[in-house]
Design a protein around this ligand. Structure first.
Ligand code: FES
Length: 108
């Protein structure tokens, strides 16, 4: 199973995942809260993440995502929208500070 590592301001979390999930779904399933103001409809940029490794292990970027990302003030060459990128293999995902909402209370 692919492994996805999330890098946040405070910690790194590595999760195993079945292929075909979006980065956003995987994160939210594991209480890693990424802003997602439009509910995953490619209509905002609040779920912007930076792919540190494994860009080729994600689904190809569609034109709609590309156009939307172009409006992000924090755009990088490794940017993706977490709600649009389907996981196909190992990758390392940085959640920029302004994309992080909060970690839910489950942490011990
Ligand atoms: S949640 Fe709005 S574009 Fe991803």
């Amino acid at each position: 199973m692919p492994k996805v590592t999330f890098i946040t301001e405070n910690e790194n979390t590595t999760l195993e995942v079945t292929t075909g999930k979006t980065i956003l779904d995987l994160a939210l399933d594991h209480d890693i809260d990424i802003e997602h103001n439009c509910g995953g409809n490619c209509a905002c940029t609040t779920c912007h993440v930076i792919i540190r490794e494994g860009m080729n292990h994600l689904s190809e970027m569609e034109e709609e995502e590309e156009d939307r990302l172009d409006t992000s003030p924090d755009l990088t060459l490794s940017s993706r929208l977490a709600c649009q990128a389907l996981i196909k293999g190992d990758c390392v995902v940085e959640i920029p500070k302004n994309t992080q909402a909060f970690r839910k209370a489950e942490q011990h």
